[in-house]
Design a protein around this ligand. Structure first.
Ligand SMILES: C[S@@+](CC[C@H](N)C(=O)[O-])C[C@H]1O[C@@H](n2cnc3c(N)ncnc32)[C@H](O)[C@@H]1O
Length: 284
C-alpha cells in the first residue's frame, strides 16, 4: 500500500472537467471506446474501475464520483500525484529532456529512493519518451523499455495534467488487487472490469504490466466476483479476449464479440484486428 499523501492547494483549476489519459498503457482501451461508451449505463451512483491502467474509459466518461485502483504501485502513485500535486509535477517534468543519456539516467533510478512526485515524473517521462510508450518491467520489477528518440514528445502535458487533476478531486485511488476494492461496491454502482487479457495463444497478448502475472485462476476468481456483484445489484461491464474459456466463464450474461485494433503482439503479422468480448449484466 502507498503511504497517504496530503493535499496541496491548487493555484489554478481549469474550466473543463473532462480528462484524458496522461499515460499510454498496454491494453489501453482508446481503440475500443466506440464500443464501450454506448454500453455505459445512463444512470449509476459510483463508478468503479479496479484495473485502471491508463484509464481510457474513465477519462472518456469523467465520472463525478469514482473509485479506481490498480495493483501497479508506480501507476497508482502517478494518479495520486496528478490529483494532489499537479503543479509541482509539471514543474519537475519541465526540467526533463528528451535525450538518450538523460533517459537512461532516469530509467536507472531506484524508485524506492524517490519521493512520490519524483517517482510520478519518472513514470510519465519514461512513458512519453520510451519506445511505443510501453510499460514493461523485468522479473525484478525494473522498467526495461528502450529510448525511442521521438522528435518532439509532449513530456509536461500541462493542460492535460491540470484537467485530470481537477477530475480526480472526487476520486478515491487505491493500490490494491481487484477483489479488495470491489468489496464496498453497492447496488446501483457501475463497474468496468478490464483485466489483463486471457492469452489467445502462448505468445499473443502482451501482459507483463507487473512482476506478477494474471493467471487462469485469477480469471476464474474474477468471473465469480462478477456473479456476486450482479447479485448485489451492481451493473458490470467487462472486456476480455475472445476465447472458448472466457466465453464459457461469462455465458450467463450478454457476451458481445467486437473487433479491436491491437498493436502489441510478438508476431508482427498478427498485429491488427482481433475479436474481443464485452460482457454486460444489464440491458443498454
Ligand atoms: C488491460 S490493463 C487496463 C487498461 C485500461 N483499461 C486502459 O484503458 O488503459 C490491465 C491492468 O490491470 C492491472 N492489474 C493486473 N493484475 C491486477 C490485479 N490482480 N488487481 C488489480 N489490477 C491488476 C495491471 O497493472 C494493468 O494496469
Amino acid at each position: 500500500m502507498l503511504s497517504t499523501i496530503g493535499k496541496t492547494n491548487q493555484k489554478y483549476i481549469p474550466a473543463t472537467s473532462k480528462g484524458q489519459p496522461f499515460l499510454k498503457w498496454a491494453g489501453g482501451k482508446t481503440q475500443l471506446l466506440h464500443e464501450l461508451l454506448p454500453r455505459v449505463p445512463q444512470k449509476y451512483n459510483t463508478y468503479y474501475e479496479p484495473f485502471i491502467g491508463g484509464g481510457a474509459l474513465f477519462f472518456a466518461i469523467s465520472p463525478k464520483k469514482a473509485v479506481i485502483a490498480d495493483i501497479n504501485d508506480d501507476l497508482v502513485n502517478a494518479y495520486i500525484v496528478v490529483r494532489d500535486f499537479p503543479e509541482q509535477l509539471i514543474e519537475l517534468l519541465a526540467e526533463y529532456v528528451n535525450d538518450k543519456e538523460f533517459f537512461y539516467k532516469i530509467r536507472e533510478q531506484d524508485t524506492n529512493n524517490l519521493q512520490s512526485i519524483e517517482q510520478a515524473a519518472r513514470l510519465i517521462y519514461l512513458n512519453r519518451t520510451c519506445f511505443n510508450g510501453l510499460y514493461r518491467v523485468n522479473k525484478s520489477g525494473q522498467f526495461n523499455v528502450p529510448f525511442a528518440g521521438y522528435k518532439n514528445p509532449n513530456i509536461t502535458q500541462v493542460e492535460r495534467i491540470l484537467a485530470d487533476s481537477n477530475l480526480l478531486q472526487e476520486t478515491q485511488i487505491y493500490n490494491v488487487g481487484f477483489d479488495k476494492v470491489l468489496d464496498r461496491a453497492k447496488k446501483g454502482d457501475f463497474i468496468y472490469l478490464d483485466p489483463p487479457y486471457y492469452p489467445k495463444s502462448v505468445y499473443s497478448d502482451f501482459k507483463r504490466y507487473n512482476k506478477e502475472q494474471f493467471h487462469k485462476d485469477d480469471h476464474i476468481r474474477l468471473a465469480e466476483l462478477y456473479n456476486k456483484l450482479t447479485e448485489r445489484g451492481c451493473k458490470v461491464m467487462l472486456s476480455n479476449s475472445d476465447t472458448p474459456f472466457t466465453c464459457d466463464l461469462y455465458k450467463r450474461w450478454h457476451v458481445d464479440k467486437v473487433y479491436a485494433k491491437r498493436l502489441i503482439n510478438r508476431d508482427v503479422s498478427k498485429r491488427g484486428e482481433v475479436t474481443e468480448i464485452i460482457v454486460t449484466n444489464y440491458d443498454y
